[in-house]
Design a protein around this ligand. Sequence first.
Ligand code: SF4
Ligand code: SF4
Length: 56
Amino acid sequence: MAYKITDACVNCGACASECPVNCISQGDSIYVIDADACIDCGNCANVCPVGAPVQE
Ligand code: SF4
Ligand code: SF4
């Protein structure tokens, strides 16, 4: 299952540069993951300071 970024996101941007398939981008209010491209590596969850990315 793909990862999803929850409302806990504080827009630090740390996750986007760690994604191996570049499927994280800045959305209207928080960062968003393209679920179709996510390969479930977990990098975003590991680097996020607030635990915003969760596996659905
Ligand atoms: Fe990118 Fe990996 Fe996070 Fe999926 S789990 S959004 S592939 S860093
Ligand atoms: Fe949001 Fe976490 Fe990504 Fe920072 S690392 S942009 S807080 S999801």
